[in-house]
Design a protein around this ligand. Structure first.
Ligand code: BTN
Length: 264
């Protein structure tokens, strides 16, 4: 795959974003999330890509396999002038925006799975890791990390323990131009972050429900070592999953969902 190129990515950005971001491209980092978490923000929005990561991090302490130039790995750091409780739907807004953007490149249907996976044929295409640091002034520094599988070989992916898929296996309309894809993703993600700041997650609910692969299906929600079985009834205004257990609905803001066996 072509190497990431600073000038090409910047050229593809909308003028207003070009003025307000700081972009860095690295050959290798331990993790783009770790890098931006430790760095002081030097502009509205700091963005960092790496061609490979030596200690890529997934959710729940898992490793994110990050071979050289086979995938996209990047993070966006921004200060949100709101309390961390107002940020609960942010990862869903990001996932939805990623799914909509990537859908423009391929014929296979990309769906979203609560809280923040992108799935194609039930295999994971992309993952999102959001890390929030509350500051003393009441604001939050948020680092949004995104990994998209693009062209990994089976050998490179041998440590991945769940089904995964590359964007290149999703019936692409045209050969991928990685820098164009990077600019397009940034344009759409930065607009979505602005919309989220202004209106919150409610601006995204309907679009999320339209792409949610397990909506109205029987699911198992796992929280720690507890399991709750019910029907997934959609997402609420805070990004919580509404679980209907025998007619009683409750909303969950964290946990892992899996499909109940009978529906697999
Ligand atoms: C998941 O477990 O689904 C989340 C994966 C997030 C991976 C990305 S790759 C870029 C950024 N840097 C990291 O170390 N992790 C995120």
């Amino acid at each position: 795959m072509e190497a990431l190129n600073y000038d090409q990515i910047i050229k593809g950005l909308k003028e207003n974003f070009r003025q307000s971001i700081e972009l860095e491209i690295h050959q290798q980092l331990s993790s783009t999330n770790t890098y931006l978490s430790e760095k002081a923000l030097i502009s509205d929005t700091n963005i960092c890509f790496a061609q490979s990561q030596t200690a890529g991090r997934g959710r729940r302490g898992k490793e994110w396999v990050s071979p050289d130039k086979s995938n996209l790995y990047f993070s966006i750091a921004r200060l949100f002038k709101m309390d961390s409780s107002a940020l609960s739907g942010l990862s869903l807004a990001v996932g939805l925006t990623l799914a909509e953007t990537l859908q423009g490149y391929c014929a296979k249907k990309i769906g979203v799975k609560w809280p923040n996976d992108l799935l194609v044929d039930n295999k994971k295409l992309s993952g999102i890791l959001i890390e929030i640091k509350s500051q003393n002034d009441g604001n939050c520094k948020v680092v949004i990390g995104i990994g998209i599988n693009i062209d990994m070989t089976a050998y490179e992916a041998e440590n991945i323990d769940k089904p995964y898929i590359n964007l290149n296996q999703c019936d692409l309309y045209n050969p991928l131009l990685q820098n164009e894809l990077a600019s397009n993703l940034l344009n759409n993600l930065l607009s979505a972050l602005d919309t989220f700041t202004q209106f919150g997650f409610k601006a995204f609910i309907d679009k999320w429900n339209a792409l949610d692969v397990w909506l109205n299906k029987s699911v198992i929600l796992t929280l720690g070592n507890k399991e709750f079985e019910g029907v997934h009834n959609g997402i609420d205004a805070r990004g919580g999953l509404i679980l209907n257990v025998d007619g009683e609905r409750s909303s969950w803001t964290s946990g892992e969902v899996s499909l109940r066996k009978s529906e697999l």
